[in-house]
Design a protein around this ligand. Structure first.
Ligand SMILES: [Zn+2]
Length: 503
């Protein structure tokens, strides 16, 4: 996609293309614009916090970021001030986009369409290059007369218009605005070529296979022949111009290599299977239409061996679970488990899906037993799944207090993690800690950008503390007072920003 903003760019002239050092170009202002966009975007149900997929995308993005730093594409200042956060959008169309401030979004459609982690990484590397080369800042400059809220609304409009499951009437309105905005929002051809070039360097430096970029170009060329732009918005924002294709071919040495490109990719077989599981998960989650889920839930659509079969079995298990067709779900889970054996990561993804599927069936005891079959998983995905299981258990489950303790430790280190706060709030409530529960709910609202909701929760906490009902918890009451002050202050600041962003 494209990104832009307004009224926020720096005082100075922009550096020439290729010059990534633009420290004084309002790095802080670009970050704040990105934060405001994300504050709105996080309230959109299309933002999908699927812990396994989010974790997977981050695992690819982290080495790219490191490589960009090692190559000198990313200044220390930018590295420090930008968010460098990837997020997943629940949409079946193929797209990825960079927002101001270092936020990069990936549609489920892109995850499900890429055949290797290298292909996915090549797109992430390209988007990362738009950010490190300050292409967004350059567009901010050209739109500088716009108000910040105008810029936020416009970018959100373009994000929404690129989605395939926005309902029709809504899409027309958003789409119309977005079309108008589009002209101002597209990166220039030079910027696209620079993002290809820098992104390719970053991809290689990070240890990904160059076949990833070749494969992605191949897929884009196929889609372009079909002119399937609705399913492939990435192609609309990234047209394959003749120069772009020619340069990519030269860079990749496609002519010289003929068909001898590395088909397994970086990370070997193991990575291929892990990618296949994630591909299947994305496919199972990206479409809510029941006829699509029915088709996915049928066995054997992708053969019975190799990574594509795992992707098919995994997608079938997700789809059958969503349809509550338990026999089909079990059969697909069995197939997936057998196929995932070559890769511990793929096996873990199947195991977690088994637990989730049991939870969906209202069988928390079985889910807990299944969960206990694997070693304790201290990752974010592991913590959140274990919390779901603990919460689903009836009665005073013993696991609750320990689970709450684990989550308290986690949110202390990751205070922006709304899903973790939400789970913690539910656990605190079950444990009878009402003040702590209200505070956790407030932090979840805050993390998702709903400042009013956060203030509501914190005020409810204050009332409860003052009523004496929770008198024993004076520490929690003091925390609530302090947080309320901080959030109210932030809300005031945001209102001032509404007119324009001060430097
Ligand atoms: Zn681009």
């Amino acid at each position: 996609m494209q990104a832009a903003g307004g009224g926020v760019a720096g005082r100075n002239t922009l550096p020439a293309l290729g010059d990534a050092a633009s420290e004084d170009l309002g790095v802080g202002a670009e970050r704040r614009l990105g934060d405001r966009i994300m504050q709105e975007a996080r309230r959109d149900p299309a933002l999908l916090d699927d812990p396994l997929l989010v974790e997977y995308v981050r695992s690819l993005f982290a080495p790219l970021l490191q490589a960009a730093q090692a190559r000198g594409d990313l200044s220390a200042e930018l590295a420090q001030h930008f968010a460098w956060e990837t997020f997943v959008v629940r949409d079946r169309s193929v797209n990825a986009f960079a927002l101001p401030g270092g936020y990069i979004g990936v549609h489920l459609g892109l995850l499900s369409m890429t055949g290797t982690r290298d292909e996915l990484a090549s797109v992430l590397a390209h988007e990362l290059a738009h950010v490190t080369q300050r292409h967004i800042a350059r567009m901010l400059e050209s739109n500088r007369r716009q108000s910040m809220l105008g810029a936020v609304a416009m970018i959100l409009g373009v994000m929404a218009a690129a989605r395939s499951n926005v309902d029709a009437a809504n899409a027309m309105i958003v789409g119309g605005q977005a079309a108008m905005a589009q002209g101002q929002l597209n990166f220039s051809r030079d910027m696209e070529r620079e993002a290809d070039r820098v992104g390719f360097g970053v991809l290689e430096q990070a240890g990904f296979a160059r076949s990833g970029m070749a494969g992605m170009f191949e897929r884009m060329q196929q889609a372009q022949r079909l002119t399937d732009y609705n399913q492939f918005p990435y192609l609309r924002s990234h047209p394959l111009t003749t120069e772009r294709v020619a340069e990519a071919r030269t860079r990749l040495g496609i002519e010289a290599a003929g068909g001898a490109l590395d088909l397994v990719g970086s990370g070997g077989e193991r990575a291929l299977w892990w990618h296949a599981a994630m591909q299947g998960r994305a496919r199972g989650l990206m479409d809510a239409r029941s006829e699509v889920l029915q088709r996915l839930a049928e066995p054997g659509a992708n053969g019975d061996q190799g990574p594509p079969a795992l992707a098919g079995a995994y997608a079938a298990a997700v789809a059958a679970t969503r349809l509550k067709q338990w026999a089909k779900a079990d059969a697909a889970l069995d197939r997936a488990r057998r196929l995932a054996a070559p890769s511990p990561e793929a096996e873990r993804a199947v195991h977690m899906l088994q637990v989730e599927s049991l939870l969906e069936r209202g069988r928390p005891q079985d889910a807990a037993a299944r969960l206990a079959q694997a070693p304790a998983d201290a990752s974010r995905a592991g913590l959140l799944l274990a919390s779901r299981v603990a919460l689903a258990m009836p009665g005073p489950a013993q696991g609750l207090a320990r689970q709450a303790e684990d989550l308290r430790t986690w949110v202390a280190l990751h205070p922006q993690d709304g899903s973790a706060w939400l789970a913690l709030g539910l656990l605190e409530e079950r444990l009878g800690a009402r003040l702590a529960a209200l505070r956790a709910q407030a932090e979840a609202q805050l993390a998702w950008g709903d400042l009013d909701g956060a203030v509501d929760r914190l005020r409810a906490g204050q009332r409860l503390a003052r009523s004496g009902a929770a008198a024993a918890d004076s520490v929690e009451a003091a925390v609530i007072d302090a947080r309320l002050k901080a959030v109210e202050e932030r809300r005031r600041r945001d209102r001032v920003d509404g007119a324009d962003l001060p430097r």
